[in-house]
Design a protein around this ligand. Structure first.
Ligand code: DGL
Length: 272
C-alpha cells in the first residue's frame, strides 16, 4: 500500500514551525513543504493577491497527490481558506480555527489578545473565529510586523527585540487579557520574550501546536494515518534560490532540514 503525503505551505520559512509540530506529533507521515520565498511576505499584501498565490501553490501540491493540505501561513489562512476549501476535495486545514479553539478553551476572563501580520489582523479572521465559538468574549488585536524580520534574523532575545515587543504588547498588557494567540508562523520563536513581557498570568496559544493536533485528528478520523511503525520522509520546495531558506530554516526546524529544491510556479494556472 502506498501512502500519500501531507502537503503544507507558507509564504516562506515560517511555516516550518508548523511542520516541526506535525513532525513531532506524526513522525510516521511523509510531508511536502512549499515555501513561497520569491514572493514573501504575504502579511503586507492584499487578500486578492494572497488568495491567487495560495491557489497556485495548492495546484502545485495537488499534482503531487497529497492527502491533506495544511495552510501554515496565518495570513493565507485568514484570507484564502474558504476559497481553498471550496475548490479542493481533500481536507484543508488552516491555522486560525485551531488557534481560536484553543484560546477559547484556555481563557477564564474571556479577554483574549491576538497578534499577527497586518494582513491577518486586518482580516479579523481570528476575531470572527473566536466570537463564533464564544460570543461573549472580548478580542483585542495588534499587528506586530517587525516580529517577522526579528525572528528570521535570530534576534529573539536582544535589546532590539525586547523594546519592539514591549512597544507592540503594551496595550494588550494594559488591557489585562489572560490569553494571547500567537497568530503568525514566526512568533513561536519569540515565545520566551513575549511570555516574559506579558507575565506568567497570560497563557500563550501557539497556533502551530494546535494545528498539528487538528491534522492528527482529521487523518485519524478518515483512516488516513500511516502506521506508527513507519518513518516519514520530508520534501522541501521553494520559489527562490534555496540558500536563505536553508540558513534560516534550519533554525526554525531545529537543524533537521533536508535537501531544498527551487521550482517555478509559472506553469501553475492555480485552482482559483
Ligand atoms: N507566514 C506569515 C504569517 O504567518 C508571516 C510572514 C509573511 O508576512 O509572509 O502570517
Amino acid at each position: 500500500m502506498t501512502w500519500k503525503s501531507i502537503g503544507i505551505f507558507d509564504s516562506g520559512v515560517g511555516g516550518l514551525t508548523v511542520l516541526r509540530e506535525i513532525m513531532q506529533s506524526l513522525p510516521q507521515e511523509d510531508t511536502i513543504y512549499f515555501g513561497d520565498t520569491a514572493r514573501v511576505p504575504y502579511g503586507t499584501k492584499s487578500p486578492e493577491t494572497v488568495t491567487r498565490y495560495a491557489g497556485e501553490i495548492a495546484s502545485f501540491l495537488i499534482k503531487r497527490d497529497i492527502k491533506l493540505l495544511v495552510v501554515a501561513c496565518n495570513t493565507a489562512s485568514a484570507v484564502a481558506l474558504p476559497t481553498l476549501k471550496r475548490q479542493l476535495t481533500i481536507p484543508v486545514v488552516g491555522v486560525i480555527e485551531p488557534g481560536a479553539r484553543r484560546a477559547v478553551e484556555m481563557t477564564r476572563s474571556g479577554r483574549i489578545g491576538v497578534i499577527g501580520t497586518a494582513g491577518t489582523i486586518r482580516s479579523s479572521a481570528y476575531t470572527r473565529a473566536i466570537k463564533r465559538l464564544k460570543p461573549d468574549s472580548e478580542v483585542l488585536t495588534r499587528a506586530c510586523p517587525l516580529f517577522v524580520p526579528l525572528a528570521e534574523e535570530g534576534w529573539t532575545d536582544n535589546q532590539v527585540a525586547r523594546l519592539t515587543a514591549q512597544t507592540y504588547l503594551k496595550e494588550l498588557k494594559d488591557a489585562a487579557i489572560d490569553t494571547l494567540v500567537l497568530g503568525c508562523t514566526h512568533y513561536p520563536l519569540l515565545k520566551p520574550l513575549i511570555s516574559e513581557i506579558m507575565g506568567s498570568g497570560v497563557i500563550l496559544v501557539d497556533s502551530a501546536e494546535e494545528t498539528a493536533r487538528t491534522v492528527a485528528g482529521i487523518l485519524g478520523e478518515k483512516k488516513l494515518l500511516r502506521p506508527s511503525t513507519e518513518r516519514g520522509n520530508h520534501n522541501y520546495f521553494v520559489s527562490d534560490i534555496p540558500a536563505g531558506f536553508v540558513r534560516v530554516g534550519n533554525r526554525f526546524l531545529g537543524g533537521r532540514l533536508g535537501d531544498v529544491f527551487q521550482v517555478s510556479l509559472d506553469d501553475e494556472t492555480g485552482i482559483i
